[in-house]
Write a protein that binds this ligand. Sequence first.
Ligand code: CA
Length: 432
Amino acid sequence: MHPNDPRLRSFVEVGSSSHFPIQNLPYGVFSTPATPARRIGVAIGDFVLDLSVLEQERLLHPAPSPSIFSQTTINDFMSLGPHTWSEVRMRISELLRHDCGELRDNEKLRARALLPRDSVTLHLPLEVKGFTDFYSSKEHATNVGTMFRDKDNPLLPNWLHIPIGYNGRASTVVVSGTPIRRPLGQIKPPTSHDPVFGPCRRMDFELEMGVVVGQPSTMGEMLSEVEADALIFGFTLLNDWSARDIQQWEYVPLGPFQAKAFATSISPWIVTREALEPFRVQGPAQDPTPLPYLRQRGLNNYDINLDVALRSAEMRTAERISRTNFKYMYWSSIQQLVHHASSGCSLSVGDLMGSGTISGPEKHQRGSLLELSWGGAEPLELGSVPRTFLEDGDSVTITGYCQGDGYRVGFGEVEGTITRALGDSTSLAGGQ
Ligand code: CA
């Protein structure tokens, strides 16, 4: 049976609302108190399957050298290519099936290879070679354009022709759970003639998905739709933290710089492109028709339910503040990759591409506080306290999953908590 077959069952018990059934098998990097060396595993139900153990036992052999899954990142595994990705996923699926005895009936091996997920520490799963962030939600770009430019002409003339993007920082991509220090920067308050340097006062999140590039492309060459698709290893949840006041002062003429450079958080599990195949959908109609090199034939969007929850230091439980879907994106990930390579720019194993903030057509589907609070003018009620931007101690959690028939292929979550700015001993107000 194909590893995506909805009828597959594992001997590991998996509830119907778990993000990690046998149809998923996302890759992550973990360590345990007993064995602090980082290694590669897949999530299954409430467990992590230690692939380095299976490789040592020769139950998996993706490469001639027997240590691909003892690496501290998945980059070397990704470099083996799509054929190996599929073969390995098929074999892991087989080893976890309810009717396969190789692992199920080997108690000693099971004890070494299947570890309770709450007993492991998850790390950044890949070495991020480059980080590019796009701006591909029409609803998000329209909302931002309406607030900052012209409500009658919110989209710039290029937006409907180019998947707009900028080169971000790979050095500050961090895994879920990493605290996020409020950035310092230049800010020009609207009432002041001169800028000041200090802590960001309009701290925001951005709900995004990240594409993980698993194969290189050649400098000087373009990519077709099919070639771009084949380079994609998988997807993560991504929070592109944003300092709106720093952004507003610095972004003309070259786009965001320090407002986005201080941190980007990703979820620890990379869900493979193959596991997402059953959830491909048609994207929105594109009008005007894109230039020939950007035209697409395939179903290149994905039906992924996305949620954002916020919890302040005083709140006991988080409150959901946004619920949307990845399928609304105007430009697909494939169009982003095709455009990125179109100048002759090469892509590398370990490149990360942010989708851009994912907002849907409804108000509750907006993917940032900038939009949810309409630039601070319409505060949210959070635990009955009005809220515009993020305050110190606020925790933001993004979750996402695809709904199958009786099972979910999920991403887990990406969480980050805001800590106070460097050198700032006072409590900061979030709004202005
Ligand atoms: Ca962004």
